[in-house]
Write a protein that binds this ligand. Structure first.
Ligand code: SIN
Length: 505
């Protein structure tokens, strides 16, 4: 089992010396699955630059465990669509979902034709697993539980375009409804990079929360820039929490325990080994992740029990082969799987909402600006994302954007822009960032109350009125948008669960 990954020779690219104007046909912000697959689908004849904030692998794709969904065959397309629409609680854009599902088999064939190796059985048949709320096995995986990492390394190896790392995009250059490029901070300097097209593929908002499963680079800055420019964000109240996360490790990113574990038989139990989830939903461990997260949250509060993921009934050899990375990570934390039960908590996992885009990945009303992957709100996920649809969404819309760029005449842009001179970070920001994370976790997470949301909004507005660096300012704008969206949606739906004071849950 497992694909053969060649070592990656990665060279850090530097910006050309100061004074040279940097002009590209396409700048891609972010090098996760969406950014890299868009790059792969843009011809070498175009001048393309990918930009990432830290190392190219410090992105959410790299940490994705479960897999990539595909319609199993033509006959499964309607069922995959139905599962996705049901998970999205009636809020999905049905056209976007159909587009994604109908494209899925072609995308998988393309990856395989390019040389990507999904896990297969001894006879070479693809292995499909299942996760919650899927009606059948239709999730492909690689390296056992390292699908994201394998896909990411593969796409990095295939990437035909230059990449600039350790560079933070601090502004979008937009004038008269046209996007003309980006401003980056790199090696202590700020530079303008002109581009006829900019693709936002910068991921979601994980670092806004105290407990999350995301790469540390994922901090909602580009969402903040969009808000600053009046670009619409959609469904930002829809924040998805993963139910099975080991949160006791130090470090911002917490250890995900893939839903595929439950898909293949792991249980969620209390101190006494009792599978309490059935008190909440007859599907037990296979209920959608919002239901499981809320049940764990409620059961812990109600009973003061610790909650565990139990893999005790897995065969040891099978477990180590099927989930090698979870096995190793947990062993390093002192747990021997499948024997030991692992204490778990829900943690922030995925931003269902994002920067509004159409079905070609275009950002409405801004020429030359596109958005894909977790950063985007294409309407595919509605009020709740079906497990493992995200890598698929990133791939499908990356191709859409690449095609749309190739087929749209490139006009270029006539604005002249100046680099900003405000501080990106202030010494006092760290404390405020930590406070923001705590507020978002305590008041804007799994179960929300109007009072809690109002107090969160007040605290965020207070920080916004103080002197903060630009990067924290952008995070605060994004947090404010999430809280305001949550306050606006007064009924509970999908991942947004709100309790009005005085009413019963
Ligand atoms: C998981 O492996 O449980 C995560 C999959 C996903 O978020 O889609």
């Amino acid at each position: 089992m497992g694909a053969d990954i060649k070592p990656l020779r990665f060279m850090k690219n530097r910006l050309p010396i100061k004074g040279q104007t940097l002009r590209y046909d396409v700048v891609i912000i972010g090098s996760g699955i969406a950014g890299l697959y868009a790059a792969l689908n843009l011809p070498k004849s175009l001048k393309v630059l990918l930009i990432n904030k830290s190392h190219p692998w410090e992105c959410n794709t790299y940490y994705a465990q479960g897999g990539v969904t595909t319609a199993y065959d033509d006959a499964d397309i309607d069922l995959h669509i139905k599962d996705t629409l049901e998970a999205g609680s009636g809020m999905c854009d049905a056209n976007a979902v159909r587009l994604m599902s109908e494209s899925s088999q072609g995308i998988i064939k393309d990856l395989i034709a390019r040389g990507f190796v999904f896990d297969t059985d001894a006879a070479g048949n693809l292995l499909y697993t299942k996760e919650a709320a899927h009606s059948r096995n239709r999730i492909l995986h690689a390296g056992g539980d390292a699908t994201g990492r394998y896909l990411h390394l593969f796409l990095l190896q295939q990437n035909p375009h230059p990449m600039l790392s350790d560079a933070t995009v601090v502004d979008l250059l937009i004038r008269d409804g046209i996007c003309c490029g980006v401003e980056v901070a790199s090696e202590g300097k700020r530079r303008l990079i002109e581009a006829k097209n900019v693709i936002i593929a910068s991921g979601g908002v994980g670092s806004l929360y105290e407990y999350h499963t995301n790469a540390h680079t994922i901090s909602a800055d580009i969402h903040g820039i969009c808000l600053e420019k009046g670009i619409a964000l959609e469904s930002m109240e829809m924040m998805q929490f993963h139910p099975t996360v080991f949160v006791s490790n130090s470090g911002a990113r917490k250890q995900l325990l893939s839903e595929a574990l439950r898909g293949e038989g792991a249980w969620i139990v209390d101190d006494n080994g009792y599978r309490f989830l059935f008190e909440y939903d007859e599907r037990g461990e296979m209920a959608p992740r919002d239901i499981v997260s809320r049940a764990i949250f409620d059961y812990k509060q109600r009973t003061s029990n610790q909650v565990y993921l139990s893999c005790e009934h897995f065969d040891k050899e099978y477990f180590q082969e099927r989930f090698p990375n979870i096995y190793k990570a947990l062993r390093d934390f002192g747990y021997h799987l499948p024997k030991d039960r692992v204490p778990i908590s829900p943690a922030f996992h995925y931003s269902v909402g994002g920067i509004k885009s159409d079905l070609e990945g275009r950002v409405p009303n801004i020429k030359g600006l596109y958005v894909i992957g977790e950063a985007a709100c294409t309407g595919v996920h509605g009020a709740n994302r079906l497990a493992s649809n995200s890598l698929l969404e990133g791939l499908v819309f990356a191709v859409k954007v690449a095609n749309s760029i190739v087929h749209t005449p490139m006009e270029g842009c006539l604005g002249s822009f100046l680099v900003g001179d405000e501080a990106l970070e202030l010494p006092s920001d760290k404390e405020k960032k930590d406070l923001l994370r705590k507020i978002m976790w305590e008041k804007v997470s799994i179960v929300r109350t109007t009072q809690g949301l109002r107090s969160a909004l007040e605290a965020v507005e207070k920080m916004l009125s103080q002197s903060v660096g630009r990067l924290l300012f952008l995070r605060l704008l994004s947090a404010k948008c999430i809280i305001e969206s949550a306050l606006k949606r007064t009924e509970s739906i999908g991942v947004h669960y709100i309790v009005h004071e005085g009413s019963k849950k």
